[in-house]
Ligand binder design. Structure first.
Ligand SMILES: Cc1cc2nc3c(=O)[nH]c(=O)nc-3n(C[C@H](O)[C@H](O)[C@H](O)COP(=O)(O)O)c2cc1C
Ligand SMILES: CCCCCCC(=O)C(=O)O
Length: 356
């Protein structure tokens, strides 16, 4: 099944309110569409007579030495997509050698997510995503929970000082999870109603100093997600981040920011190879992965495509999404004369577009 077919199948299967929760973005959804359009404008200039019969597409990531170059970005509430929820996503990601980022807003507790991943592979890489809580001890509770569960890295999301205004959810009045669903990692956190879609237990004014406390409280590598400005990428390095994820939250936060891909080159330049730079937002095909890697990413994240795969066919649907992207990327790398991801370089990306 192509990713488009899985998306169509998901749309047919899902309650339209739940479909819109995932598909939608903030405000006029300008950034949501800009993320995909940015990839449409980028074309690859292949090198010839320098290829290899076999290729190594693995990426060296924090807490995941030989991972697929596509990771599962953190997305909330997988049980809205399929009764098997995050357990199915975890087994699929582990079987495909992809990092899964599970999050505070998962409908399956982090220890059960890691246990599910271990059913599919002996040494899976599961990262845990969290927000900075106004009370440091609550943040620490989540960090310890992720450590105990066996997560291999943490991801701190910093683009959500306030919750995005998701137009479609506002139109539907979708503010509460259906009965029987809850954000399981939040059940026992103070002031966190686990059924609310928008009431995130997070600080409204976190600082780099607050972020810097996290690498100090844990031996796990800590990545920062939601960086767009190169100056923030430099601050991330200075405050102990082990990786930067260039992301505008899939167009679900500020609807006036650039496409994530368009922010990648400047962030990669600012980081200058000191830590890995990842990006997410709008990745829909293997050649998108090649473009992002050529522009300085070590790996890319996918959010919505994984949700569509899960809704369409559970664990098998998520596997199909990850395997399709990996195979398409390998094929593109071969056609561009590459053997390793690093063979894709910035000079191989040109801006094309509708006017050509
Ligand atoms: C339904 C949905 C839920 C999300 N939940 C979270 C979350 O809990 N934490 C987070 O950091 N990002 C969250 N994101 C953002 C994703 O991690 C990622 O940045 C985005 O989906 C990438 O864009 P893509 O969907 O075009 O691949 C969510 C995105 C979607 C679509
Ligand atoms: C407790 C609710 C947290 C929801 C976070 C989900 C999210 O980030 C989104 O974009 O939706």
């Amino acid at each position: 099944m192509t990713l488009r077919a899985l998306h169509d199948a998901a749309r047919r299967t899902l309650d339209p309110v739940h479909y819109d929760y995932v598909a939608g973005g903030a405000a006029e959804e300008r950034v949501l569409s800009a993320n995909e359009r940015a990839f449409d404008r980028c074309l690859l200039l292949p090198r010839v007579l320098c290829g290899s019969e076999t290729r190594d597409t693995t990426a060296c990531l924090p807490g995941a030495q030989r991972a697929a170059p596509v990771i599962v970005a953190p997305t909330a509430f997988h049980r809205l997509m399929h009764p098997d929820g995050e357990g199915a996503t975890a087994r699929a990601a582990a079987a495909e050698g992809a990092v899964l980022v599970t999050g505070t807003a998962a409908t399956t507790a982090v220890d059960a997510v890691v246990a599910a991943a271990r059913e599919a592979a002996p040494d899976p890489a599961v990262w845990f995503q969290l927000y900075l809580h106004p009370r440091a001890e609550v943040t620490e509770t989540l960090v310890r929970r992720a450590e105990r569960a066996g997560c291999t890295a943490l991801v701190v999301t910093v683009d959500s000082a306030v919750f995005g205004r998701h137009t479609r959810d506002l139109r539907h009045g979708f503010t509460e999870l259906p009965p029987g669903h809850a954000a399981e990692n939040m059940r026992d956190l103070p002031g966190a109603p686990p059924g609310s879609l928008t009431d995130i237990p997070m600080s409204a004014a976190p600082t780099w100093r607050d972020f810097g406390e996290i690498p100090r409280m844990t031996a796990l590598p800590v990545l920062v997600k939601g960086v767009l400005h190169p100056a923030d990428a430099r601050l991330a390095v200075e405050h102990g981040a082990s990786g930067v994820i260039v992301s505008n939250h899939g167009g679900r936060q500020c609807d006036a920011v650039p496409a994530a891909l368009d922010c990648l080159p400047a962030v990669a330049e600012a980081v200058a190879g000191r830590i890995p730079v990842l990006m997410d937002g709008g990745v829909r095909r293997g050649s998108d992965i090649a473009v992002a890697l050529a522009l300085g990413a070590t790996a890319v994240g996918v959010g919505r495509p994984v949700m569509w795969g899960l809704a369409a066919d559970g664990e098998a649907g998520v596997r199909a999404v990850l395997a399709t992207l990996r195979d398409e990327y390998d094929h593109t790398l071969a056609l561009c004369g590459g053997r390793h991801n690093a063979d894709l370089t910035r000079d191989m990306v040109v801006r094309g577009g509708e006017t050509w």
